[in-house]
Design a protein around this ligand. Structure first.
Ligand code: AMP
Ligand code: GLY
Length: 411
């Protein structure tokens, strides 16, 4: 199991169980069915398997209280309690904690009616930033110059019963930074950049993420240290002071604006597809690192070790993504892509149907390459993505292009 060994640092006979998993990870570890919205079912499964550590991936089981239930049963868990995961579950709550901790972020107004939305749009002016307060898998945000589109989005969010957050527009390149927190101490990983818009040149609607690269040649370790001090550590401290310490990934989405760093949002988990490139660069055994976080030991953990070179990932999406992804299309060519060397194809929306690999969601595969230079890594990931065939699928051809050309800087 070379992949899991690399990511989890399995040196002896450790085993990994995945629930519920997908067709990709099923090649590496046993997958067990579980209802990810049912915290007791998750804890029952962990107890039955007698595991040493549970790592909770996505936000849905976090918000359902899986970490709370695991703690009640005495099972170490990497992932925050539902009260702390609310930094992702509610943008309004996150803004409140940021204000308390003096963390730089966009000015925002929380609206409960269309009148308040109209007022807030007038207050901030174009470009308008309109956000669904609740979880929306990366698609709840509309950034537009078109006031009509902004109002339509707000109306649609109200229809699903949520509040709206209207914000000032932040310019500047975006950075994703994962802070691993044990409740008290935060250790920052190498930063990554994610590409949110569906089309080349940052066009079209927002998605969950169309590609990423790491590290960022234009963000120094001094900048990362500064952001850790100004953003990640104060967030962990504020949550601890509220009596809801955060154990897990404090994932800061940042805008590097002309006026300094600003937080766009916090998530309570590893980001997709940034994780594929950040973990692709990590040499420290991930399992040991996450166990140290889950058991409050990060202050004593040795500094993280990183591979040299760069990782780039290109996400292949289904026909119709993000509006109406089609599922059930056969997938071929993964072997051709991986045969290029230093390429790993991670599965997201895949499923085995009558022994054929087919699409089962919007973002299907994340084609990840490693190379000595960013240009080589992006060229290889893009070439590998071209070798994969899925009817009607699409992917961006410009992931990491600006940075590889040296056209992004912080000044
Ligand atoms: P979020 O779900 O909050 O991360 O937002 C998704 C994407 O919308 C971000 O990655 C940004 O590209 C964009 N966005 C969100 N908030 C703002 C803002 N205040 N100014 C500019 N762009 C934003
Ligand atoms: N890449 C964005 C996210 O995981 O939310």
């Amino acid at each position: 199991m070379p992949l899991l060994q690399r990511f989890c640092g399995i040196r002896v006979l450790h085993s990994i169980h995945v629930a519920p998993g997908n067709a990709g990870i099923a090649q590496l570890a046993p997958c067990l069915p579980v209802d990810v919205t049912d915290a007791s079912a998750i804890a029952d499964l962990a107890a039955e398997l007698d595991v040493d550590l549970v790592v909770i991936g996505p936000e849905v089981p976090l918000m359902a209280g899986a970490a709370n239930e695991l703690e009640d049963r005495g099972i170490p868990c990497f992932g925050p309690h539902k009260e702390a995961a609310l930094i992702e579950g509610s943008k309004a709550f996150c803004k409140e904690v940021m204000a308390e901790a003096n963390i730089p972020t966009a000015m925002a107004k929380i609206c409960a009616s269309m009148e308040q939305v109209e007022e807030a749009l007038d207050f901030f002016g174009a470009p308008f930033v309109v956000k669904d307060d609740g979880l929306a898998a990366g698609k709840g945000v509309v950034v537009t110059h078109d006031r009509f589109e902004a109002l339509e989005h707000a109306r649609a969010c109200f229809t699903s019963g949520n509040k709206i957050v209207i914000e000032e527009f932040l310019d500047g390149p975006e950075v994703s930074l994962f802070g691993i927190s044990d409740g008290t101490t935060v250790v920052a990983m190498q930063p990554a950049q994610d590409f949110k818009r569906v089309g080349d040149g940052d066009t079209g609607p927002n998605t969950g993420g169309m590609g990423a690269y790491s590290p960022l040649p234009w963000v120094s370790s001094a900048v990362v240290a500064e952001v850790t001090e100004q953003v990640l550590q104060p967030m962990a401290t504020a949550l601890k002071n509220r009596g809801t310490p955060f154990v897990g990934v404090l994932y800061a989405g940042l805008a590097m604006t002309s006026r300094g760093v600003r937080v766009i949002e916090f998530n309570a988990r590893f980001g997709d597809p940034e994780t594929q490139v950040v973990l692709g660069q990590l040499e420290t055994p991930l399992g040991e690192f996450l166990l140290a976080a889950a058991t409050g030991q990060l202050a004593h953990f040795p500094p993280l070790r990183w591979r040299s070179g760069y990782s780039v990932t290109v996400v292949i999406c289904s026909d119709g993504y993000p509006a109406e992804p089609r599922t059930g299309d056969p997938i071929s060519g993964i072997d051709l892509a991986e045969a290029l060397g230093n390429v790993t194809v991670y599965h997201a929306g895949t499923q085995l149907k009558d022994s054929t690999l087919v699409t089962s969601g919007g973002r299907v595969l994340s084609v990840t390459a490693h190379a000595d230079t960013l240009m080589q890594a992006r060229n290889r990931a893009t070439e590998a993505a071209r070798l994969i065939t899925i009817s009607g699928s699409h992917f961006r051809r410009d992931i990491a292009q600006l940075a590889a050309d040296g056209r992004i800087s912080l000044d």
